[in-house]
Design a protein around this ligand. Structure first.
Ligand code: NAD
Length: 368
């Protein structure tokens, strides 16, 4: 748990400012100068909030491979996990928090970035509290449960002069970056049609992903990958949506969508025909352009991304996507540069997700 042996960053700023020892400006601090010797920190300390599947199985192992950041702390509501994580990853006692002591991270100079990996309905509260604690924030996808929440999260980070990024790992992946280039630079002419599907079979009937209040549903969970692909391939924002929802397991999908098909229209006239599901495994992206085609299959799996275009294979090294993502985000913080995938990117997706749910309800085309 948190103990306080050294002056906090805030206390240090207050003390030095009042004594006029050193003119430390917020700009200097935003470049992450460490207290000792005022040397820039070589690595950003990340604290994971919520130690479930993604933190435990994927992000913490990835943080053993990162160069610009490391696992400095954790926030958990489960006391038994504290010891396990401390021993496994050598986390200091004073860098382990629970949901009650969370806001005290404000006084912890080891932690530069808070990474929120909680159920979707909890993202907004924990991102806003992180920003108020003076920390930069990474938030898992989908950004939140509503557009309103996304806007409040962006505002909280702006008000506190903190950076906010969404855990959209594919935008850091080389095959994905290549198909973004092929689409946005119109290498095969204008994109005409994007077909994509992302799904897996969710068998945990009691999981929060099947609970609407917790921000569950296939569209929220896997649908955002297909939606992201349509947006980053075209480089455009959809203007209108139609959508249909289906279930083969009505006994467990009582609140959220199991399978959703959604169709997007873009300003250029490009179309997207997208699917997502908690009932079936699928992962593919096919793009038809004026003078050619390109595809990734799979396009958003953790590894093994494979691509091809009309001109031949799209072949790049396989990387640890999460390590690349967190290294990129840490570098943006260290260099005080804009995040590659800022909060606005999550907000734009949430506008479409809300339109998809409206279209399922109305059966009509809905404007975004
Ligand atoms: P999970 O259920 O395995 O973990 C959630 C954690 O939150 C658990 O440790 C749980 O104890 C904690 N928690 C705190 N309060 C809770 C509450 N009221 N109800 C339920 N759990 C509570 O979920 P996960 O699969 O790790 O997903 C977490 C987030 O990460 C989600 O936003 C999800 O979309 C995202 N995610 C992203 C990827 C990716 O590839 N980017 C992959 C998996 C999950």
């Amino acid at each position: 748990m948190k103990t306080q042996s050294q002056p906090s960053r805030r206390q240090f700023i207050k003390q030095t400012a009042s004594a006029s020892v050193l003119a430390i400006t917020p700009a200097i601090w935003s470049k992450n100068i460490s207290l000792i010797g005022l040397k820039p920190k070589e690595k950003m300390g990340i604290a994971l909030v919520g130690l479930g599947y993604y933190s435990g199985q994927v992000l913490a192992p990835a943080l053993q491979e990162t160069e610009n950041c490391y696992l400095a702390g954790v926030v958990t509501g489960t006391p038994e996990k504290e010891k396990v994580w401390a021993e496994k990853y050598g986390i200091k006692d004073q860098n382990i928090y629970n949901y009650e002591t969370y806001d005290q991270i404000a006084d912890n100079d080891d932690i530069d970035i808070i990474y929120v990996v909680l159920p979707n309905s909890m993202h907004a509260e924990y991102v806003i509290r992180a920003a108020k604690a003076g920390k930069h924030v990474i938030c898992e996808k989908p950004m939140a449960s509503s557009v309103e929440e996304c806007e409040a999260m962006i505002k909280a980070c702006e008000d506190n002069n903190r950076k906010l990024s969404i855990g959209y790992r594919m935008q850091f992946e080389p095959h994905t970056q290549e198909i973004m280039r092929l689409g946005q630079e119109k290498v095969f002419g204008s994109v005409k049609l994007v077909n994509a599907g992302a799904g897996y079979r969710e068998a945990r009937a009691d999981h929060w992903k099947l609970n609407q209040e917790m921000g569950g549903g296939a569209m929220m969970d896997m649908g955002v990958y297909a939606l992201q692909a349509a947006r980053y391939v075209t480089g455009e924002e959809p203007i209108a949506v139609t959508a249909q929802s289906f279930t083969t397991r009505p006994e467990i999908f009582t609140e959220v969508d199991e399978t959703t098909m959604f169709q997007l229209e873009f300003p250029s006239g490009a179309l997207a025909n997208l699917h997502t599901s908690f009932g079936m495994g699928m992962n593919y992206l096919n793009v038809t352009a004026e003078k050619g085609w390109f595809k990734l299959d799979p396009f958003s799996a953790y590894g093994g991304i494979k691509g091809e275009s009309k001109n031949g294979p799209i072949d790049f090294p396989q990387i640890n996507q999460q390590a690349a993502q967190m290294d990129g985000q840490a570098m943006s913080v260290m260099e005080d540069k804009p995040m590659q995938v800022p909060g606005e990117e999550g907000l734009r997706d949430m506008r479409v997700v809300e339109a998809v749910y409206r279209a399922i309800e109305s059966g009509d085309q809905e404007k975004v």
